[in-house]
Design a protein around this ligand. Structure first.
Ligand code: PYC
Length: 318
């Protein structure tokens, strides 16, 4: 029997969105105070980073898990606040994670089908819980920041990509020598890590020097009804098993900027597992308000236990 004095318990609800896992922390998370979500993220990062790594990293999680700390929203009109995190740090927004969170809130009986608002550290997003586990997310305003930026990548030569903001910073590459297939995934992981390192070494950033931590490659879809296929390296070691909600938003921002996607058109972004998000946009001047839609399923409801004398109480960070 585990002694309650020597251990901490954290209640979590696990789900996957089109293949990508989300772990919602329902109870037992750190008290981050009453500030804005951006201020509470700072408290999380400064004082409770061991909680982040303990929940997401091995041995309780893995590099592919995205955590979602459920918070009281500072705007009472929002159904919930959330801070997303993973094996190496924190995400501004997370599209697949928001879909997983909405299904989790439904599972917990906290929301009903219909429209809701969710607060994140980078702004409020609109969500709609639909029939059959479908959820749409109207993301934060998204835009292309720079076009056709060349980067010299050791071993790969010069690759050219666009930089876009969609709640996270992305480098989006359409022209590259890679096949986006399961058999080639080790090569894709190595290449996208090298691209990310080269961007950082070359001082290529998002606005205000922001780190570009998501790398997105595009190719032909496997399913003819889809518009494109992607491979997205997430911050950290892992790639997105879903088509990446913020990555799909970033892609649509670039298409809009190129005059290749108009309001009312649907962009079907296929992910690496062959699942897809349906995307659409509303124009907001040079930026867009992207909406993505996908499905999520609950996979587990458990209590994580952290014993004081566990040498890996804060997770194993590789
Ligand atoms: O769906 O936005 C997303 C996302 C970001 C990182 C992993 N998934």
């Amino acid at each position: 029997m585990v002694s309650a004095e020597r251990s901490k318990q954290v209640q979590v609800l696990d789900s996957h969105t089109e293949g990508e896992p989300t772990r919602v922390v329902v109870e037992g998370g750190p008290d981050l105070g009453q500030g804005t979500l951006a201020e509470r993220l700072q408290v999380f990062r400064d004082r409770y980073d061991g909680f982040r790594s303990g929940v997401t990293c091995e041995p309780r999680g893995s590099e592919v898990v995205v955590g979602a700390l459920l918070c009281e929203p500072s705007n009472p009109e929002c159904a919930a606040g959330v801070i997303f995190f993973n094996d190496v740090g924190y995400l501004g927004m997370c599209g697949h994670g928001t879909i997983g969170l909405v299904r989790s809130l439904e599972y917990l009986g906290r929301i009903k089908p219909g429209k809701h608002r969710i607060e994140t550290p980078v702004g409020e997003v609109g969500v709609e819980l639909k029939a059959g586990g479908r959820v749409s997310v109207s993301n934060v305003l998204s835009y292309r920041y720079r076009t056709a930026v060349p980067v010299e990548v050791p071993g790969l030569g010069t690759l050219t990509g666009d930089i876009a903001w969609a709640g996270n910073w992305f480098f989006l590459i359409g022209e590259h020598p890679f096949e986006l297939t399961m058999e080639r995934r080790a090569e894709l992981i190595a290449a996208t890590h090298a691209i990310r390192a080269a961007l950082s070494a070359s001082g290529i950033t998002g606005a205000d020097g922001a780190l570009i931590d998501h790398i997105e490659l595009f190719g032909k879809p496997e399913h003819a009804e889809n518009s494109s296929r992607n491979f997205v390296l997430c911050p950290g070691a892992s790639f997105d098993r879903s088509p990446c909600g913020t990555g799909t938003s970033a892609k649509m921002a670039c298409l809009y900027a190129d005059g290749k996607l108009a309001e009312g058109e649907v962009w079907r972004q296929e992910g690496f597992l062959g699942t897809h998000f349906s995307g659409s946009i509303e124009a907001r001047g040079e930026a867009i308000l992207p909406t993505i839609e996908g499905r999520a399923w609950i996979t587990g409801k458990s209590v994580l236990v952290f014993e004081d004398d566990d040498p890996f109480v804060g997770g194993i960070e590789f």
